[in-house]
Ligand binder design. Structure first.
Ligand code: GS8
Length: 217
């Protein structure tokens, strides 16, 4: 049965799931959910995700929401031979889990606010970038990336010398930050973060995802 992914090709959370699908090489159908008409807040989508957000995944009768849960499910079910979760070694699995959590707890907040302020707010909602908010979030993201820089001076990727979901989860927001905001230097001024980003972004699976994220130059 072909996986059905309900979402939007330009959505960061949908793209996070597509990146795993492409890494593992699975067949899937992207079923568009139109956020501009509120389709995500109505049945049948609200039955797939009671919080009325995208994405949601249907694998036969199983329906899941939360992008980072879907990525782990797909690796466990279809990507066992990959290194994306390193589940055969508890110590390595813990390292992957740790950096997956860091992305959620430290990176996602500031970067999603910056992408919202520079891209989604002006482009979708006709609003104006709030430079005070931007300054605070640039500062926060810089501090997080200082920690990444120190870690990445010791290993090629976040959990170790292998590409894992901990790295992959950064792809879509990282891409939007670098291509649609004036803050690419947050990544480029830190040599290990820059090299890490280039390793992530140049993967064939990543390129398929970022090609679909429009609004980019
Ligand atoms: C966040 C989903 C989300 O914010 C996840 O799946 O990782 N923690 C969840 N989805 C956004 C689109 S971002 O790509 C969304 O659905 N926004 C519309 C809304 O919240 O109404």
């Amino acid at each position: 049965m072909v996986l059905k992914l309900y979402g939007s090709p330009v959505s960061t959370c949908t793209g996070r799931v597509v990146a795993v699908i492409e890494e593992i090489g699975l067949e899937y159908e992207l079923v568009p959910v139109d956020l501009t008409t509120g389709e995500h807040k109505r049945p049948p989508h609200i039955e797939r995700n009671p919080f009325g957000q995208i994405p949601a995944l249907a694998d036969g009768d199983l329906v899941l929401f939360e992008s980072r849960v879907i990525t782990r499910y797909l690796v466990r079910k279809y990507g066992k031979g990959s290194h994306l979760l390193k589940e055969h070694t508890p110590e390595e699995a813990a390292a992957v889990d740790q950096w997956i959590e860091v992305e959620v707890q430290h990176f996602n907040g500031p970067i999603s606010t910056l992408v919202y302020q520079h891209l989604f707010l002006p482009v979708f909602y006709g609003g104006k970038t709030d430079e005070k908010v931007v300054a605070v979030e640039v500062e926060k993201l810089g501090k997080v990336l200082d920690v990444y820089e120190a870690k990445l001076s010791k290993s090629k990727f976040l959990a170790g010398d292998y590409y894992s979901l901990a790295d992959l989860h950064h792809l879509t927001y990282g891409h939007y930050l670098l291509t649609t905001t004036p803050h690419a230097s947050l990544f480029h001024s830190r040599p290990h973060v820059k090299a890490w980003w280039e390793s992530i972004a140049s993967r064939p699976a990543s390129k398929k995802v970022t090609a679909a994220l429009s609004f980019t130059s």
